[in-house]
Write a protein that binds this ligand. Structure first.
Ligand code: NAD
Length: 418
């Protein structure tokens, strides 16, 4: 019996066993690779603005410590539980290994709808969560970053809380901070830019030009909005978009700069237009060249996978496609899948650059960050394509096999301890 339960961890477990079968990993080695090294659960009490006290549950899961510190985002969302955070930590391990970063995976989160808190309450919760985590994290133990529901400001509060406890500024304890306090140029844009870069590579292999191609993007937060902007820079036409408040579609193309300006001011898509409103349930199944789920897990199940009408499925979100849907997609070779651990790796790659710059106190310009990001992504993309071709397997199987194999090799070299 394990503490990691629920549909998201089940998904990570099923995917892992498929890869372990493919790599012929013996049964007695599997639990050691799959189950996280540590899980921390904390209660975070805060004073609410109305004078009452509220307690929120927080988690941090550190998957393996074999290759260096663990690294991973912090999610503030109502869905957060130990199973979801555990799955995201496991995926981070395969992602970091695929990109060649010296990290194990981690993930954390608080079970809360951050929109239900005032700014003052959000700051109190962020600081309290980091305060509770201080014994378990550190620049060479576990380095946090943003994820769904968290942002640069929250990373600044995390960094400040940790630094006050240490009695000195420790920038390298979190990544995704504002540039003003040791963040790197290009981090906020990194995940979305990486998605667009890899989509261009995939379209190149299909022989479909980017200019004039059509895209649909689900989610318009950090990752979705930058992906939309970066695809538009490459001449792609956005024909559908959604967030948790609204869904718009127009085959003639939506006005991307007006959308970005609206969300910059309003924070949400609702209120952008009354003309292009569409049904969110059917958005992913609309015909398009490039489909980008950039919001939540498990939005493409087997039934949805049968309905997809895209050329490239770019998994910007973590875990958007269920293992059942993978089986369907393996029978649909006309859809080019960019699996999540490759597609959204830009975020952790530039987080790594931020950590390196903070440790060295030597900061790069944005062109250097982006250029290095594309080089790492290009190498990982080429490795996945080569392995998928050589072994006749799906892109996801190839990407995960590379990641799992690297972690396995390191564990075999070091022994049982880490
Ligand atoms: P975010 O909180 O900035 O944005 C999330 C977006 O999803 C918001 O626009 C929200 O409205 C939308 N959303 C929520 N429920 C929805 C629904 N039912 N239908 C449509 N849209 C919905 O989060 P983010 O940082 O952009 O992360 C999005 C995804 O990308 C997550 O899966 C996250 O794990 C993954 N990811 C993020 C990063 C990063 O650098 N931030 C890196 C790698 C992967």
């Amino acid at each position: 019996m394990s503490i990691y339960t629920g549909p998201v961890f089940e998904m990570a477990r099923t995917q892992f066993h498929r890869i372990a079968d493919h790599l012929a990993i013996p049964a007695d080695e599997r639990d050691r690779l799959l189950y996280p090294k540590r899980a921390i659960a904390v209660s975070c009490p805060i004073h609410r603005d109305d004078g009452t006290t509220a307690v929120f549950q927080g988690y941090r899961v550190q998957h393996h410590l074999t290759l260096g510190p663990t690294k991973g985002g912090t999610r503030f969302a109502p869905s957060v539980d130990i199973g979801e955070v555990g799955a995201l930590a496991v995926w981070m391990s395969w992602k970091c290994a695929l990109a060649g970063l010296p990290y194990g995976g981690a993930k954390g989160g608080v079970t809360v709808d951050p929109r239900s808190l005032s700014r003052h309450e959000l700051e109190a919760l962020s600081r309290r969560y980091m305060q509770e985590m201080i014994p378990f994290v550190g620049p060479h133990t576990d380095v946090m970053a943003p994820d769904m529901g968290t942002n640069e400001q929250i990373m600044a509060w995390f960094m400040d809380t940790y630094s006050m406890y240490q009695g000195q500024t420790v920038m390298e304890i979190v990544t995704g901070k504002p540039v003003a306090v040791g963040g790197t140029l290009g981090r906020k844009e990194a995940t979305g830019r990486g998605v667009a870069y890899l989509v261009e590579r995939a379209m190149g292999r299909l022989g479909v030009p980017m200019a004039g191609a059509t895209a649909i993007v689900q989610g318009f937060g950090n990752v979705g909005s930058v992906t939309v902007a970066s695809l538009a820079d490459r001449g792609v036409k956005l024909i559908g978009v959604s967030d948790h408040t609204a869904c718009y579609a127009d085959p003639r193309g939506l006005d991307v700069s007006a959308l970005l300006q609206h969300v910059d001011k309003a924070g949400i898509l609702a209120g952008f237009s009354t003309e292009a409103l569409a049904d969110p349930a059917g958005l992913l199944a609309r015909p398009c060249d490039i489909l980008v789920p950039a919001a939540m897990e498990r939005v493409i199940d087997a039934a949805m996978a049968k309905r997809l009408q895209c050329r490239v499925l770019a998994e910007a979100a973590n875990g958007p496609t269920t293992p059942d849907a993978d089986e369907v997609l393996e029978q649909r070779p006309e859809i080019f899948v960019l699996p999540d651990i490759l597609c959204n790796a830009g975020g952790v790659i530039v987080s790594y650059f931020e950590w390196v710059q903070d440790l060295q106190q030597f900061f790069w310009d944005e062109a250097e960050v982006t250029d290095r990001l594309y080089r790492v992504l290009q190498r990982a993309f080429a490795q996945v394509m080569e392995r998928a071709g050589r072994e006749g397997v799906s892109h996801r199987t190839a990407a995960m096999a590379i990641g799992v194999q690297k972690v396995r090799d390191a564990k075999q070299a070091r022994g049982l301890f880490p």
